[in-house]
Design a protein. Structure first.
Length: 88
């Protein structure tokens, strides 16, 4: 089975700027997508150090970077990744 891997940064900046809310979506995504989506938190993905223009919180969806992630943008990215996986 092809799966989508979601990694949510929960480093201090990301956690304070919305990562906690994203991490709270893990149960919702598991219920909605079942075993098709694997979610995990990461102590720090390190993207906030890349440039001054980077915007926390960060998440990775199958290694695709999502900046200034919101619950809505994360769900949309997961749905797009699932579509890509299913359509090959």
């Amino acid at each position: 089975m092809n799966q989508v891997k979601v990694t949510i940064c929960v480093g201090t900046a990301c956690y304070v700027l919305g990562g906690a809310e994203l991490l709270g979506m893990v149960d919702e995504m598991t219920a909605k997508f079942g075993g098709k989506v694997i979610c995990e938190g990461s102590p720090c993905l390190g993207f906030c150090k890349l440039s001054r223009n980077s915007k926390a919180p960060f998440a990775l969806v199958n290694d695709k970077l999502l900046e200034a992630a919101t619950p809505e943008s994360l769900l949309k990215a997961v749905e797009e990744a699932l579509s890509e996986v299913q359509n090959g």
